[in-house]
Design a protein around this ligand. Structure first.
Ligand code: HDD
Length: 615
């Protein structure tokens, strides 16, 4: 048979399609994951806003959400220490409304003009394109050490908020103050919040590093898997509303994006929920081509004169045109208005103009955030700073940073200084910038992740370590309790395939080569002499258990399974009657329903940070 003649035009057509299915990546927030869903209003907010999608109780509005890291390239890792983007598009009856926020309620800078400098300092060096998705370097801290206004955001970025356990378990914030406007034209200030129904969870830094190697797509996979499994991620939409006349009622300026309104001062009113129930079908056409714009609002929601927001409104359209390679990107299917936009959609700014002196108070809220943390969270911030500044070579940059930290809190600066082997500056030294000294303000418990403990174990991942000969009644008992609570139970065994116990089998989800403690939230080791003896022959099991302990996760063991806990620091003293010690739930006897409930409780109460303070 003769070969078909070469058809250059068919080849060009095919290659055109092939070549075009890519775009230059976003300058920031390049790496992300998107999902479709809906927003549903709990009640009518007509007294506050004429926005159609908030005016009627029960009204559903389709949404598309994209989560992202900020500084890494598209191919970087999900677990970089970084801010997470939380961008929501509402396809309302009056046209699209974009709420382009982050998982932290404040920002590094007050003036958009500085944004390119901030990003250049956070992105890899231009000469060698290193390091990737990491701020632990001179250029970044050189910039920060000269930007006292960044200090509040730095406290957030060094906290565990910057290494979330899941996109589904982080908060979202509109960051800026916006306006709600009702039909009578009455205007009020508003801050927007997203509260995750599963609660707030983070990983530890040691885990973050290990997850980056184990599964760089950890967050993207987690979001995708949860939606595929029908465990739809949910957030409640919250508003903090302030009357216009109260613009100056606070000791900070409402238009300052480096400040937050403590929830204890203005409570967050939950007015609706966001549910993500459908994965994109085409990553390129949806998650990649989506182009958000913070100036895209609907009647009833207005921008404020926050100078950073004003700058963003100018910047995004240009960035999108360049990235999408066209100026009609709003016509792409994911960006199209599903309903004709209202003719009145041009956002108005509030005309408040001048900014108060408090824009120069860079440290009071940084200190409030720090002092609102639990002991473990506070320590993690110090450790993160030791790590980041420990990678800075220039002594002058470290010194300036220690000095800046001392303006927030001298004890913290001293702690970081000890780690760096550097003398501790006192804050009395002449400041490099005009500033208003930090004051002591009441702590805000809502700023601590640890204070948020009301949640169950839904979608938490529990690894069961076993081999042939495991105790099947113990496994069945614990599995039932975990599944009843909505947890995802995964079997980790020496090899994949069927694992036997008498006439029963379970299918291994992971082998010790593919499963690792850092991919799970808790572990259980059932008894069964043969199974436990087999586990003892695998060095990975030892690592698994030690890491679970070190990362403060709930651990359960029953029967002979407790022998493996001897590997834990100091060993674990276990008795026939089950008990929980520092999040370890164990019995040398058979598992019981009460023990299973104890394990569920140990998982639900989050990480057992107390272990970090044990010798
Ligand atoms: Fe931005 C993307 C959030 C300040 C310029 N930004 C981008 C995304 C998020 C944010 C979530 C990704 C959207 C997506 O998933 O596609 N940005 C923020 C927040 C800020 C902020 C919460 C402060 C409150 N950004 C900011 C400033 C500027 C920009 C001050 C410039 C003056 N941001 C951009 C951009 C990006 C972007 C360069 C990159 C690609 C894009 O817009 O679509 O225009």
């Amino acid at each position: 048979m003769s070969k078909a003649p070469f058809d250059a035009s068919a080849l060009h057509d095919k290659f055109d399609r092939f070549d075009h299915a890519r775009l230059p990546e976003r300058v920031v927030n390049a790496r992300g994951a998107g999902a479709h869903g809906y927003f549903q209003a709990y009640e009518s907010m007509a007294s506050l806003t004429r926005a159609d999608f908030l005016r009627e109780q029960g009204r559903r509005t389709p949404v598309f959400v994209r989560f992202s890291t900020v500084s890494g390239f598209r191919g970087s890792s999900d677990l970089a220490r970084d801010v997470r983007g939380f961008a929501v598009r509402f396809y309302t009856e009056e046209g699209n409304y974009d709420l382009v926020g982050n998982n932290m309620p404040v920002f590094f800078i007050q003036d958009a003009m500085t944004f390119p400098d901030l990003i250049q300092a956070a992105k890899p060096d231009v000469n060698n394109e290193m390091p990737q998705a990491a701020t632990a370097r001179d250029a970044y801290w050189e910039f920060i050490s000269r930007m006292p206004e960044s200090m509040h955001m730095i406290m957030w970025a060094m906290s565990d908020r910057a290494i979330p356990r899941s996109y589904r378990m982080m908060e979202g914030f509109g960051v800026h103050t916006f306006h709600l406007v009702n039909a009578a034209g009455e205007r009020r200030f508003v801050k927007f919040h997203w509260k995750p129904v599963l609660g707030l969870h983070a990983v530890t830094w040691d885990e973050a590093i290990k997850i980056s190697g184990n599964d760089p797509d950890f967050h993207r996979r987690d979001l995708f898997d949860a939606i595929e499994a029908g465990d739809f991620p949910e957030w409640e939409f919250g508003v903090q509303v302030v009357d216009e006349k109260d613009r100056h009622a606070f000791d900070f300026d409402l238009l300052d994006p480096t400040k937050l309104i403590p929830e204890e001062v203005v409570p967050v009113r939950r007015i609706g929920k966001l549910v993500l129930d459908r994965n994109p079908q085409n990553y390129f056409a949806e998650t990649e081509q989506v182009a958000f714009h913070p100036g895209r609002v609907v009647p009833g929601i207005d921008l404020s004169d926050d100078p950073l927001l004003q700058g963003r409104v100018e910047a995004y359209a240009r960035a999108q045109t360049l990235r999408l390679g066209r100026d009609d990107g709003h016509r792409l299917p994911i960006n199209r208005d599903r309903n004709p936009p209202s003719e009145h959609r041009r956002p108005r700014s509030d005309g408040h103009g001048a900014y108060s002196e408090t824009f120069l108070d860079h440290f009071t809220q940084a200190r409030m955030f720090l002092h609102s943390q639990s002991e473990a969270e506070y320590n993690h911030i110090c450790h993160a700073l030791e790590f980041e500044l420990g990678k800075v070579a220039a002594p002058a940059v470290r010194e300036r940073m220690l000095f800046m930290l001392a303006q927030v809190d001298e004890d913290m600066a001293a702690s970081v200084g000890r780690g760096l082997g550097m003398p501790v500056p006192r804050k009395g030294t002449a400041p490099p910038h005009r500033r208003i000294p930090a004051r002591d303000v009441p702590v805000s418990p809502a700023l601590s992740m640890v204070s948020d403990r009301k949640h169950g174990i839904a979608t938490r991942k529990v690894a069961v370590l076993l081999a042939d000969g495991y105790d099947r009644t113990d496994l069945a008992l614990l599995r039932e309790a975990l599944v009843a609570g909505g947890a995802w139970v995964k079997i980790v065994a020496p090899q994949l395939g069927a694992i036997l116990s008498h006439h029963d089998t379970v299918e291994a989800d992971f082998s010790f080569r593919t499963g690792d403690s850092v991919l799970f939230d808790a572990i259980y080791i059932p008894g069964g002499r043969k199974s436990v003896d087999a586990l003892k022959r695998h060095v990975e099991v030892d690592d698994f258990i030690r890491d679970s302990w070190r990362h403060c996760k709930a651990i359960a063991a029953s029967g002979a399974g407790v022998e493996l806990l001897a590997a834990l620091p100091g060993g674990m003293s276990v008795a026939a009657k089950w008990r929980t010690v520092h999040g370890v739930v164990a019995t040398t006897g058979k598992a019981s329903e009460a023990m299973a409930a104890g394990f569920v409780q140990a998982i639900a109460s989050g990480r057992h940070w107390i272990r970090e303070t044990l010798a």
